[in-house]
Design a protein around this ligand. Structure first.
Ligand code: NAP
Length: 265
């Protein structure tokens, strides 16, 4: 029998494998009811059955292809209207291999729909619900390539820079209204994403690859500490703080009526 929970429901996209499946397990362990979203219904149902048996939480499955506008709308509508939902883990994402000029146009479109369009609409819907309730949290899966775009495929890195930027802006918009926002920037994490995008993960040094369980546990520790940006593998938080301080120092000089002296003839 499921117990009454006080955490509310976590909606996890891309819960059928990898990082999303680990979030689902860790959140069930914390006592959240779950709404699991992905395309592979069988995998979701298998996970749902095992999590509700192991943790006594209510787990629902919602099959959706988040590259399709109608499915994005269905999930967004649920996020907007279900007052039991208290956490969105905006996790579903794909990568692309190879340089932009060799990329398949349809594959680019799919990635942009999933990594950017769906993430944006779901964050908007969850944000509206959570602001009305005066509580709730949005966790967005970005990537360290948001900070190091030269090391990976151009469009994938750009989608993750978008997710980081969206999270920082959203924090400004929603933070004061009781909604917690976190961007998680994993490094290379052992999941199916590599195989799915045709990348040979064996080319990557083992010392750079983290297990998904360790990554999600670190991300949730950052979440518990109220971090806006969590970089699970970064040893010294002072390095990130210095980066933020350097960016903030630019602030007062980013918009003036006059061009800088070095640009004047
Ligand atoms: P993964 O194991 O390939 O999982 C991706 C998940 O997204 C799956 O559950 C997949 O489920 C779902 N998905 C894919 N296409 C979808 C679609 N069209 N509609 C709905 N769901 C879809 O990859 P992962 O590594 O866990 O990735 C999770 C997130 O972490 C992504 O945003 C990724 O960019 C980010 N990330 C990963 C790494 C890494 O090294 N692994 C590093 C940094 C960031 P279905 O196939 O069932 O739909």
């Amino acid at each position: 029998m499921t117990q009454q929970n006080t955490k509310g429901t976590a909606l996890v996209t891309g819960a059928s494998s990898g990082i999303g499946a680990v979030y689902a397990e860790r959140l069930a362990r914390r006592g959240y009811d779950l709404l699991l979203v992905a395309r592979d219904q069988q995998r979701l149902e298998k996970l749902a059955a095992s999590l509700s048996a192991d943790f006594g939480v209510h787990v629902e499955v919602l099959k959706a292809d988040l590259t399709q506008k109608t499915d994005i709308k269905t999930v967004a509508q649920r996020l907007r209207s279900d007052s039991a939902i208290s956490l969105l883990v905006n996790n579903a994402g794909v990568a692309l291999d190879g340089p932009l000029i060799e990329a398949n146009g349809d594959a680019i479109d799919n990635m942009l729909e999933l990594n950017i369009t769906a993430v944006t609409h779901l964050a908007a819907a969850a944000g509206a619900n959570f602001v009305a309730a005066g509580r709730g949290a949005i966790i967005n899966l970005a990537s360290v390539v948001a900070l190091a775009p030269e090391i990976f495929n151009a469009t994938y890195s750009a989608t993750k820079a978008y997710v980081l930027s969206l999270s920082q802006s959203l924090h400004g918009e929603l933070g004061k209204q009781g909604v917690q926002v976190q961007a998680v920037l994993p490094g290379v994490t052992r999941t199916e994403i590599w195989e799915r995008s045709g990348i040979d993960a064996n080319r990557i040094p083992a010392a750079m690859i983290m297990d998904a369980g360790e990554m999600v546990d670190a991300a949730l520790a950052g979440f518990d500490q109220g971090e806006l940006v969590t970089i699970p593998s970064l040893p010294d938080a002072a390095d990130w703080n210095a980066f933020v301080a350097a960016r903030q120092k630019l602030g007062p000089n980013l918009s003036h009526s006059q061009a800088a002296a070095r640009y004047k003839a």
